[in-house]
Design a protein around this ligand. Structure first.
Ligand SMILES: [Zn+2]
Length: 156
């Protein structure tokens, strides 16, 4: 019996039974980790198939805003008002399309109201927008949010 899959194959049913056994023996955390172990690489692969590449440089939000290199240092963490990270960032990546920064990507375990307000303000200040969707997260799927930040009104 499932709320999520009406027509179940034998393999699907066996996987569900294995996860139910794991739940009883080791708890919810291990079930989520097992499921994420399977889904994480696939979610990342599907994302990359859309034409993105990972930047080998610093995952810096200013690189997306300015199109230039990371200007930050320990002594100048907000160089000329450009932030290095978006509020609430965790497990960040900078993705390129056609060799240029086009997506700042963060996958936090959650986001508080205050952090969300700061994120919106940061995006508005720098002409960005954020898409928040659990389907975008490949860093521990089921536990993290995927937040994709991009220049406003650009089709990605
Ligand atoms: Zn930076």
């Amino acid at each position: 019996m499932s709320h999520f899959m009406s027509k179940q194959s034998k393999t699907y049913q066996e996987a569900v039974e294995a996860l139910q056994k794991l739940l009883l023996e080791e708890g919810l955390d291990h079930v989520q980790r097992a499921a994420a172990t399977v889904t994480s690489p696939e979610l990342k692969r599907v994302f990359i198939e859309t034409g993105y590449t990972f930047s080998s440089g610093t995952s810096c939000l200013a690189r997306l805003i300015t199109g230039k290199g990371c200007p930050h240092s320990y002594y100048h963490p907000t160089h000329q008002g450009t932030p290095h990270t978006a509020p609430g960032s965790d497990h960040t990546f900078l993705l390129l399309k056609d060799g240029k920064p086009c997506l700042y990507y963060t996958q936090p375990y959650g986001i508080t109201w205050d952090t969300l307000v700061k994120l919106v303000a940061c995006c508005q200040r720098h002409g960005l927008e954020a898409i928040i969707d659990s389907q975008l997260s490949w860093w521990f799927p089921g536990k993290t949010l995927g937040i994709a930040i991009r220049a406003k009104e650009i089709n990605v």
